[in-house]
Ligand binder design. Structure first.
Ligand code: AMP
Ligand code: DBH
Length: 533
């Protein structure tokens, strides 16, 4: 049975095939294609362990065979939550091989996020880690089994010592691989979101493989690429732009860091002679601050990709002098479209734009509030469709009705300008989201949690400028009783939401400003921070 998703119209699908974007191969071909000539090459390593391509293939097949014997089969779904560790890729490929589509939660997601994903996806299997406090004992696992009848198995990994997961992948088994349909959903990507409930993005083998292989080529990865994965492994950027999958497709090596701090990453750069990495702007700023007094040899670095949030020109200008590497700006989204500055772009483009699309068939419209194209070079709303941009969120017909235009273009919620070269400059946003240094917060989601508090009458969450993170979040609260920020932080933590979503600031007000049509005037609220940061 296949997992449902909104397909591309037939004429476009035929065009994407004719152009060679869709190769009708499964995403697992990335791994298989290395085995013949590069089986002994190092696919992935962390500070303590390394796996060759052959091992990554064997281990993922062992795990897939074990899961098959437990009744998992093509068309099922799974929820994975692991830190940056080799088991993440073993699990990811095992599930893909079986035709089981996982959603890979971020490691800092908490109870509420995981429950929402279970609610939407109804997974049969969870693969999680006891390094996450939620799974340090069995109480949350029991709660999940009780609440979700769909769950037949929860596999808990331990970062140290043995675990059921390690036993499963280390034990040699014969795996009878099912035939995968490349048109099927391979896995679900997470949306940064702008609505009350999290949204899942179905990604098919064909569309994702194209984005990975084309990204590998644009970024000129090769067999000697050593890529440091310091952002959360499941995120679209370090997974596919070109990310770990792009590195595997090139036969290079992925080295995992548990976080992007210089103290953690610089020794790894020296030890593994790292050539490529991907950072969000706040992490880059830390690297720049620490590079000069660092004792570590960073001279192997050839390319530093920066994306996830807007990079300022002043910071961009410091990359080559202080880190000795080429900068590449990356503007992407888990929904599809990814833009890169190119190796042969002049400095001005690299320093001031967020790149141009991967594909000649990425279609871009920049429109005004009535959906009419703006004059070339003017700012407007970004709409896009193409060979790897999705056509609908999973089981969200209502939201999909407004997230796409009549021609199937996805409205990303970004305000951009497009240069005649095709390069995009991100100038703002018209979605109800805060971009906290690359971590996206859907305002409505957190507002809904706060509205559940018995003493809160109204709430609006907006971004406020921040020198380090670009943006932080501020909740304007109308309360019936006196409340303190501490009480509300505690309240949200007890509900179990990811820490980065807890507002950085609470401002108690008598009422919220309204627009002419009676909606909360978030623009006016944001304007209270003008001139700050
Ligand atoms: P997500 O929905 O979590 O995949 O986040 C995608 C969003 O991140 C985009 O729609 C942009 O708003 C933002 N974004 C990603 N890369 C950049 C960038 N280089 N500059 C500015 N914004 C970015
Ligand atoms: O922020 C993002 O979601 C993002 C950034 C860079 C992304 O999805 C990507 C590259 O693929």
């Amino acid at each position: 049975m296949s997992i449902e998703y909104t397909p591309w119209p037939e004429d476009l699908a035929a065009h994407y095939r004719a152009q060679g974007y869709w190769q009708d191969k499964p995403l697992t071909s990335i791994l298989y294609e290395q085995l013949a000539h590069n089986g002994q090459g190092i696919a992935v390593a962390d500070a303590n362990r390394q796996l060759s391509y052959q091992q990554l293939d064997d281990y993922s097949s062992n795990l897939a065979a074990q899961l098959a014997s437990q009744g998992l089969q093509s068309g099922d779904t799974a929820l994975v939550q692991l830190p940056n560790c080799v088991e993440f890729y073993i699990s990811y490929f095992a599930l893909l091989k079986l035709g089981v589509a996982p959603v890979c939660a971020l490691f800092n997601h908490q109870r509420t996020e995981l429950q929402s994903y279970c609610e939407i996806l109804q997974p049969k299997l969870l693969i999680v880690s006891s390094a996450q406090a939620l799974f340090a004992d069995e109480s949350f696992t029991h709660e999940l089994y009780n609440r979700f009848a769909c769950i037949s198995h929860i596999m808990v990994d331990h970062s140290k010592g043995n675990s059921e997961l390690k036993q499963a992948y280390l034990q040699t088994r014969t795996f009878n691989a099912p035939k995968l349909n490349p048109e099927d959903v391979a896995f679900f990507q997470l949306s940064g979101g702008s609505t009350g409930t999290p949204k899942l993005i179905p990604r098919t083998h064909n569309d994702y493989l194209y984005s990975v292989v084309a990204s590998r080529d644009i970024c000129q990865l090769h067999g000697d690429t050593r890529y440091l994965c310091a952002l959360p492994a499941p995120h679209n950027f370090p997974l596919s732009s070109p990310g770990a999958l792009g590195v595997f497709a090139a036969g290079g090596s992925v080295i995992l860091a548990s976080d992007p701090s210089p103290s953690h990453c610089f020794p790894l750069i020296e030890r593994f002679a790292i050539t490529h990495t991907a950072l969000v702007p706040p992490a880059l700023q830390l690297w720049l601050q620490h590079a000069q007094q660092s004792q570590h040899d960073l001279s192997s670095l050839a390319l530093i990709q920066v994306g996830g949030a807007k990079l300022s020109r002043t910071v961009a200008e410091q990359v080559r002098p202080l880190l000795g590497a080429q900068l590449q700006q990356v503007f992407g989204m888990a929904e599809g479209l990814v833009n890169y500055t190119r190796h042969d772009d002049d400095d001005e483009l690299v320093l001031t734009t967020q790149g141009r699309p991967i594909s000649p068939d990425d279609e871009i419209k920049v429109v005004d509030e009535h959906g009419q194209p703006v004059a070339p070079g003017e700012a407007g709303r970004l709409l896009t469709r193409g060979p790897y941009t999705f056509r609908g969120y999973y089981k969200s017909p209502q939201h999909n009705a407004s997230a796409f235009d009549a021609d199937g273009f996805y409205a990303s919620g970004d305000l951009v300008k497009q240069l005649s070269s095709g390069h995009l400059i991100v100038v703002g946003r018209d979605k109800d989201q805060i971009n906290r240094g690359g971590e996206k917060i859907a305002a409505e989601e957190v507002e809904n949690h706060l509205l559940g508090h018995q003493h809160i009458e109204q709430v609006a969450i907006v971004s406020m400028p921040d020198a380090t993170l670009g943006e932080k979040s501020c909740a304007f609260v109308v309360a019936a009783e006196k409340l303190t920020p501490l009480q509300l932080r505690k309240y949200l933590r007890q509900l179990g939401i990811a820490d980065f979503k807890v507002p950085d600031k609470f401002q108690f007000v008598a009422n919220l400003p309204l627009t002419a049509v009676g909606k909360v005037d978030k623009k006016a609220l944001r304007a209270t921070f003008d001139g700050q940061a």
